[in-house]
Design a protein around this ligand. Sequence first.
Ligand code: ZN
Length: 163
Amino acid sequence: MSDDLYREVILDHFKNPRHKGTLELCDIEAAGANPFCGDEIKVTVKIEGGAISGLRIAPQGCAISQASASMMADALEGKSLDLVDSRIAHFRAMMLGSDGGTGAWLDEMEDLKSLEGVKKYPVRVKCALLAWNTLTEGLKEFRQKGAAGKVASEHIEKSGQDD
Ligand code: ZN
């Protein structure tokens, strides 16, 4: 793709963001900010059966941060958490690594490929990664909460036996 086409893809997602909004009933509610540019985002996620059944983004800020959030929602909604983890890792590798994207899925998703051009502007890489980093933090918290919940219920069962 040419630079012009890349720019067009990014602007299209910026002007017509996919999956915009917030989920009322959600398992993950994460907020992130990129002070270098003034970008902010809220990500809400519903998780069912080990997969992301719903993902909504509420981004504010520059075109790159908002377009990347829209593309992320496109790429991850409906996917299993394992696949979500590997896609986030591959996208980060594309943006931060020197060898470009390592996941074959990136070739299928031309839209996301358009963000690779952002690598030329290191300051903007933070913009492109904001939504992905915010979701990663949300997933981490969700898993910790899940683990804590398990420990709590095991503890209750144990103390029940003690009585
Ligand atoms: Zn930005």
